[in-house]
Structure formats: C-alpha cells, structure tokens
Design a protein around this ligand. Sequence first.
Ligand SMILES: Nc1ncnc2c1ncn2[C@@H]1O[C@H](COP(=O)(O)OP(=O)(O)O)[C@@H](O)[C@H]1O
Ligand SMILES: [Mg+2]
Length: 415
Amino acid sequence: MGDEDKDSVDSIFSAAVKNQVFAQKKVLQANYAPDTIPHRQEQTEMVASILAPALRGEKVSNLFVYGNTGTGKTLTVQHVGQRMVDKAGEVDGTRVKFVYVNCKLRQVADTEYRMVAEMIKALGGSVPATGLPTQEVYNKFVELIDDKEQIVILVLDEIDQAVQKISDTFIYTLTRLNSELKNAQISIVGISNSLTFMDDIDPRVRSSLGQEELVFPPYHALQLQDILSERAADAFQEGVLSDGVIAKCAAFAAREHGDARRALDLLRVAGELSEREHASGVKESHIDQANEKIEKDKMLAIIESEPKQFQLVLGAIFQLDDRGGAQDRLVKGEERPIFTGDVYLAYQELCEKAGTEVLTQRRVSDIINEFDMLGIINARVISKGRHGRTREIKLMLSKGIKDQAKKIVGESLGG
Ligand SMILES: Nc1ncnc2c1ncn2[C@@H]1O[C@H](COP(=O)(O)OP(=O)(O)O)[C@@H](O)[C@H]1O
Ligand SMILES: [Mg+2]
C-alpha cells in the first residue's frame, strides 16, 4: 500500500473521529424515546386518564388506538406506560403490570400459539416454542397473571398484523379472560396503523376492544418542524444544519401522510450523506438525496419481498424494457411500448426456464395492477378498436433502481 493510500485512509478516519456532523446520532433513531412528545399532549393525557384507575387496583377499560404510521402511537403509549410503572413503584409496585408485545415481528404473531407464547415471555415466563396444545398455552398465561392480585395492561402493538395472520378470535379470547381470573384483571390496549382495521372485525371484538377509542391524526408540516427541531438540537453538532433543512424534511414527510418516522429518517440519512462527503454542513440538497435513497431502499425492499410469481412477471417486464431500449426500436428515438400481451408471453418463457407453474393471464393481469399501485410501473388502458383493449406499460423505476432490482429478481429466480 502506498503512502498516499495510507494518508487518504487516515484522513477519512481523522474526519470520522472529529465527527463534525452528529453530536448524538442515536437521538434520531426510531427506537429512541424522547423525554417530551410535542403535539401529543391531548393523546398522552387521554391514555393516562384511561389507564390511571389501575394505580388504585381497578380494572381499566380496553383501549383501541389507531392512526397512520409515524403519528406517535407507539411512542405515546410506551411513554405513558413507563410513567405509570414509575408511579406504581412509588406507591405499590406489585399492583400494576404493563406488558408490551409488538405483533409485527414475524416470529411473534404468525400463529396464535406464538402470540400467546410471546405474551408469556413478556411477563417473564416461558413455554416451549412449539408442541403444547394452544389451550394449554393460554392456561399458562392465565396462571402467570393470576398468581397475585394485580392489574395487567397488555399492549398489542400493530394488532392489525396479528389479526391478518391469525384471526380476530384470539382478541376475543383475551377480552374474555377476566371471567377466568380470580386475583388479577387484564385490560387490552390495541394499536393499529390501519384506519379500517375495526371495520372488518367481529362486532363482539369491536365493542369490547373499542370500549375506548383514540385516534392519532397525521402531523402537519409545522408540527413536524417542532418535532424535528427538538430532536435535532440534541442529535447534531451546533450550527451544522443549514437554514431550511428542517422545513424541507418536514414538508417531505407531511406529504408522506404526516409521518414523523419518515421525517426523522430523512434528517438522519441527510446527516450521514453530508458526513460521508465531508461537507461543511447538512444542506437542502442532502435532503433531496436522502429522500431518493429512502425511496429507493423502500422500493427494493418491496421487490425483494414479493413472491416468486411476482418476480417472474417483473423479470418479464425488465426484459421487454431492455429490448425496447435497444435492438427492437421501431422508430429511431422512440421506444416500443410494452403491452400486457407481450408481458404474458415473456413471463411464460421465464416460467418454463425456471420450471415453475404458469399463472393464467387473468392472474398476471392482477399482478400487473399491483405493480401499478406500488408505483413500479405505470399502466395505461388503450383501445385497440374492435380487437378490444390492452394496457400499455411503462416501467417507472430509475436506472439505478432497475439495475439493482434486476439483480434481486435474477438471484431469487436462481441465476
Ligand atoms: N410528537 C413526537 N415527538 C417526538 N418524536 C416523535 C413524535 N411522534 C413520533 N415521534 C417519533 O417518530 C417515530 C415514529 O413514531 P411511532 O410512535 O413509532 O409512530 P407509530 O407507532 O404511530 O407508527 C419514532 O421515532 C418517534 O420517536
Ligand atoms: Mg408503532
């Protein structure tokens, strides 16, 4: 290695040690719990007053909390729960138990068994990972909470995910547990990112889980600015944020249905980008770059998680798109449009190569619709006169994303 290499590496490291951009990056991370929660006073107080009777040893109402992602639901409920546990500690710590389970995690909520096992774990108990009858796991759960006089508040975060994978009967079972309990009482706090979750739920579950309901509205841009400013003050070194950076993050996130998580991500990624460039500070252009990077990562994550048949259809569209841009040009300078029929033919070929089942044209058409909704493609219906109608497809991915997406699809199809 030459001296120049050594020097350039050394200067990268020296700059990193000085770390001019962030003071405490963790303050911008999603799991960081800030001390104050601006613009959520009303919700915080509502949750507190609903849970408060637990401190007197009384059962509290079940509560259903809902709102778009990034509206502060998890943060607020955990914050109030922690404050309640602290308060209980001052009075009589044994009477209240606050149990938090996030149903989004795959290993938690894909079966009723695992769901209850996770609740047992959160209470400090344990059951084998599989093997017991589900009823027996419930019995263990009941035993565990009923071993003393206490109020158990069970938070099921992202409860919509659990219901989607299991069914709503397990919530029904949970809300009925009190009749089996002799010493303890249990109340449920369900949190959902889906606004329509309750619509399709068994009415008995709806009325019992929804004894109290609390909605978290999206933040608007000015509120996001307050939230960001407060966190940024601790996260960044003084003076590194250019004017307009916070406002721009807030404006972007306000467009993404008022998502504070998105706003914080933008600010963090922008800081990382400016750090990597050894820029003199975080500029508005870093926010644009950060937004692109986040969009790209999100899109690739979606593509990666799609089932094999989706990837085959996408692979077919990629092939046609490549061809349209190269040898198959009909008119110079004008790209040959991709029609759904072409996609189906190319898809069939790919299926043969991959040795997989071939879906009907109808199903492939549904998959194309879904790509349209995800923003991967843009499909436009055009009339072909008496030959009926077809759709013209345009790939909406930028070249950078497409190249990476092609790799993902290629790998998952085995070559
Ligand atoms: N009012 C707020 N003040 C400070 N940070 C907030 C606020 N609301 C949300 N956040 C932050 O935004 C991110 C998303 O919030 P979260 O509570 O996880 O949203 P939800 O559960 O509604 O999807 C978290 O990092 C959280 O700390
Ligand atoms: Mg949440």
